[in-house]
Design a protein around this ligand. Sequence first.
Ligand code: PLP
Length: 293
Amino acid sequence: MHAESLREAVARLEGWPAEGVVLAPGSNFLVLALGLMARQVLDTAPSFAWYEGSARVSGVPYRAVPLGAGFDLPLPALLEAMGDPPGVLFLANPHAPTGRLFEEEAVRRLAGRAAERGWLLVVDEAYQAFAGSDHRALARGSPAVALLRTFSKAWRLGGVRAGCLLAAPEVAARVQAVLPPFCIPLSTQAVLEAALAAPEEARRNADRLAAERERVFRGLSRHPAWRPHPSRTNFLLVHTPDAEAAFQGLLSRGVLVRRQDHLPGCQGCFRVSVGTPEENDAFLRAAFELPER
Ligand SMILES: *Cc1c(COP(=O)(O)O)cnc(C)c1O
């Protein structure tokens, strides 16, 4: 009913008790399940849009606290906002769309407040493999902290649709209850069981992408008008004088990036995914053909 043998395999991979693992067809479904369970949702701004989406479709109150200068975590404001009724705080760490990895101590403070106030801190670790970060020690044994992980990024299985929640068994049971039975297709189970037999593949993919990310960052740092934000993910947020001009200029050279200039604190920004070395070279070449934009 809940892909039990796959769940056991994921539990072994993550070093987590199987009763605390919930599988879903993408971690986005787990975000939705958490929204449906929540009495309110707290977020940062800018953020991963589906956190707000899940709150909206669930009909629960939603608030977002703006990140500080340099995309710093607004710790005092977040602690302050964790009041009544107890809710769910979504925190992608590394963070999307900024690429920022927040300090462990700050996340620990949020976890402490969540425990005091009956909140659930959900640390979305979609990008952890590119940062070498790991919040399992913080979540282990705590009903106030849950982690989201996905097969969509370092594992390169985005089209397979699979993600998991790592939580305390009582939290996992509540999330599982929101998901319909039989929601992991056998085909997904077969693909993942094959992938899980070679976890070093995901490690190598992540290391290769992280090294390319640093190379693209160094290359772009010499650009006369654009400024990449430091990133611990598989993408870079790039500040330009004019996001529309940058987007169109890159597009006309065959490079598709994602505009982010509609987001709070992201004026002039676009986001570029780190690709193969050849794709990254094509991006850098195009970028330097657009020196003033
Ligand atoms: C890509 C991403 C995910 C992954 O979602 P799936 O549904 O597992 O593909 C989750 N959270 C964030 C912040 C992401 O960027």
